[in-house]
Write a protein that binds this ligand. Structure first.
Ligand SMILES: NC(=O)c1ccc[n+]([C@@H]2O[C@H](COP(=O)([O-])OP(=O)(O)OC[C@H]3O[C@@H](n4cnc5c(N)ncnc54)[C@H](O)[C@@H]3O)[C@@H](O)[C@H]2O)c1
Ligand SMILES: [Fe+2]
Length: 404
């Protein structure tokens, strides 16, 4: 148990954090939505006078031809572009540096990021690196991107991280064995396109994992003590859309309508957590990503039921609200029954999507390091509904250990 005074101190700190977040001047991206919205985004870039840009993406998307129509549109509009496709899942500092070298070499004045959270986050840091001329790691943490970034236009191809509308960029530092988050208002993209048709080739297991990431954003934002009316509205809408469309997006990947609705859900969840924050699910999942390269969405999906089981004592009415909004649980059930039904639904979704309840790579000898890292990440950043101390965090993480 954390000392009562410590919990009180953290609550007061987080309350001040909440007030600051509520009045901070967020500049949300101009958003294009629907069929060929990615091309409309390119046209918007042209209207902004961009003539020489860096396209940040990954090699898989290039190989699949996901960007072909976008390249055609750039050519048609006479925008010169240079492609950096060296981003891999959980992008590293070195990959960002390589992208920056290309950007600098060709003197690109804006960036178009097309991809999942990895290329969009990498693009944010490449753009920040171009403006700040200081090491990537020094820009991680809160509000350390002093001089902004190059104008960034984002097309998410997963649904997803919501990175196209967040002020965060997550970078892996293999030296520290950590995932580091840069959070700064200036990391918000200028504009974004939610083009579900670009997602039809996303394999079922990645669709499931990334969809569960979006669900984690919505749920952690909703149970956060920093939630307020605007974030609640987005988190509820996102949760409803995910509960309705994720299954179809996974089982019938070519269903453009389900893809489009999931793109919207991911975007709304991104807006919600940008102001309300996430929680211990992300804090633990980030360390899994850093230590074992576990894909971000998969890590969240595995961790979420375990953390919610612990948190439910302090947020049953909030989870019950989400359950009712999604028609989950017994009619007339108590808050606790509905909250438990909501958590059970998450377990059922994981089971259906083939997502395990334990992490096969998790080593017993790493549990203390993971717990320390998660508690440190959450302490002054996330307004979690129920705090953990070290033994509790270790206990929650131990539940994800495969039986020997
Ligand atoms: N900035 C934020 O606010 C934020 C929020 C949550 C997570 N993240 C970060 O985002 C990263 C994860 O991003 P992600 O989950 O979107 O995955 P990702 O970008 O790492 O992509 C996962 C895989 O899916 C493939 N892929 C992507 N789109 C595809 C498509 N349309 N068709 C076929 N294959 C496709 C990629 O090539 C890659 O192999 C992590 O580093 C995570 O920490 C950032
Ligand atoms: Fe996430």
């Amino acid at each position: 148990m954390l000392h009562k005074l410590e919990v009180l101190f953290l609550k007061i700190y987080m309350f001040i954090f909440k007030l600051v977040t509520m009045i901070m001047p967020f500049r949300w991206p101009k958003t294009f939505e629907g069929a060929d919205s990615s091309l409309k985004l390119v046209q918007f870039m042209a209207s902004q006078g961009h003539k020489n840009i860096l396209v940040v993406t990954d090699a898989v998307l290039i190989k699949l031809g996901v960007l072909n129509k976008i390249f055609d549109e750039l050519q048609r509009l006479g925008i010169a572009y240079h492609v950096y496709d060296g981003v891999e899942p959980n992008p590293t500092v070195a990959q960002i540096e390589s992208g920056y070298d290309l950007c600098d070499k060709h003197d690109c004045k804006a960036i178009l990021a097309v991809g999942g959270g990895s290329p969009i986050d990498a693009a944010k840091m490449i753009g920040a690196r171009a403006k700040n001329k200081k090491p990537i790691v020094k820009m991680t943490g809160l509000f350390r991107v002093y001089r902004g970034m190059l104008p960034l236009y984002a097309v998410p191809t997963t649904a997803g991280t919501g990175s196209e509308c967040t002020i965060a960029a997550v970078v892996t530092d293999p030296v520290q064995r950590k995932k580091l988050a840069a959070m700064d208002l200036q990391l918000m993209p200028t504009a974004a396109a939610l083009d579900g048709a670009l997602m039809t080739g996303l394999p079922a297991h990645i669709t499931a994992a990334t969809g569960m990431d979006a669900l984690t954003h919505a749920v952690e934002a909703f149970v956060s003590r920093n939630a307020f009316g605007r974030t609640d509205e987005k988190a509820i809408e996102a949760t409803k859309l995910i509960m309705k469309h994720l299954d179809t997006a996974v089982t019938d990947g070519s269903n453009v309508e389900a893809r489009q609705q999931m793109a919207r859900a991911s975007h709304l969840a991104g807006i919600a957590f940008t102001q309300a924050g996430v929680g211990y699910v992300h804090a633990i999942a980030h360390k899994f990503g850093a230590l074992y390269h576990t894909p971000h969405g998969l890590a969240n999906a595995i961790v979420m039921p375990h953390v919610l089981d612990y948190s439910v004592d302090n947020c049953a009415p909030r989870l019950a609200y989400l359950a009712k909004a999604c028609n989950i649980g017994p009619a007339g059930g108590t808050d606790r029954q509905l909250a438990d039904a909501f958590i059970q639904r998450i377990r059922d979704m994981n089971a259906k999507f083939g997502i395990p309840t334990q992490l096969d790579k998790l080593k017993a000898s790493d549990i203390t390091e993971i717990a320390q890292s998660a508690l440190a990440e959450a302490r002054f950043t996330y307004a979690v509904p129920r705090y953990m101390d070290m033994p509790t965090a270790e206990g929650v993480i131990r539940k994800m250990l495969m039986a020997a």
